[in-house]
Design a protein. Sequence first.
Length: 162
Amino acid sequence: MRLAIYPGSFDPVTNGHIDILEKTTRIFDKIIVSVVHNVTKQALFTLEERVELIKESTKHLDNIEVESFNGLLANYIDEKKACAIIRGLRTVADFEYEAGMATMNKILIPKVDTIFVMADTKYIYLSSSGVKEAALLGGDISLLVPPIVKAGLEEKLKDIKL
Ligand code: PNS
């Protein structure tokens, strides 16, 4: 079985992430979306909330599991016996960071490759942090995130005073 891991912070999941999943679920037998605590970022949603938002947003895809993990991605991939890591690429600005991670993971777990999937052109400039900032400042994010995420953001941000 061709199992791939799609890791990320997903704080929160956006339509860009969903697009990558719609493309890659056609290629792999199963994909585990792994919500990771990125030590370099401060999250708005808890790991559990992020898992739940992805589950609710991917009900139309049947070969997906969603879970969270803490620790080294290479160890997690080995444990799951996955054959690939999926990462989305938007512009060339993503490349340096992604190439560094892919190289590091290749050293840590040589039998597994990172597969890069280009974001759809309409999501090229879409990021979780951009969505959070737009939502916080009262922007309409309906075209950028699934409805459940929009509602979750409104709930989270309603008590934040600017
Ligand atoms: O969505 P993000 O924040 O860009 O995802 C980055 C993530 C979570 C995939 C990366 O930070 C990661 O793999 N973290 C787990 C810890 C780890 O294995 N670090 C070494 C990566 S080379």
